[in-house]
Design a protein around this ligand. Structure first.
Ligand code: SF4
Length: 134
């Protein structure tokens, strides 16, 4: 008897959910490719950063750069390793936009990204762990 009552309640709830549109919610978004940001930020490096200096004082030579595809650039950090603490990162001009450049890699570089040429900045005593949760 109790079971019938519960079933009836559940059916009633299911009807309500349909009425308020809960079942019509958008499905989970598709995960993005690891290199999604390369095309999205495919724009020239600002003039001030073209020959800028990285956070460790390494000068950028615009005629001697690796492409982001060559260095397996990815649009997310590698554990605690990310462009923001890499010795080649050139700080953004605008503090509100965390997109800078790199002394050895072509194109716009986001502070939270990573590539295979990563080297931690001399400002850090210890290299950041690339797989902190293993
Ligand atoms: S991780 Fe790669 S792209 Fe990022 S700053 Fe370092 S060398 Fe440049």
């Amino acid at each position: 008897m109790l079971q019938i009552g519960s079933t009836t309640s559940l059916l009633g709830l299911a009807g309500c959910a349909e009425f308020v549109g809960i079942e019509d919610e958008d499905p989970e978004p598709e995960p993005r490719e690891p290199d999604w940001c390369i095309e999205e930020y495919d724009e020239p490096v600002p003039e001030a950063q073209e020959t800028g200096e990285s956070i460790d004082g390494i000068e950028r030579d615009p005629d001697d750069l690796n492409s982001r595809y060559e260095v397996a650039y990815q649009c997310h950090p590698q554990g605690f390793q990310l462009c923001a603490n890499c010795r080649y990162f050139i700080l953004p001009d605008d503090d509100d936009v965390p997109i800078g450049a790199c002394a050895i890699v072509d194109g716009r570089v986001r502070s939270q990204d990573w590539c295979g040429l990563y080297e931690h900045t001399e400002r850090l005593d210890e290299p950041p762990d690339p797989a902190p949760f293993d």
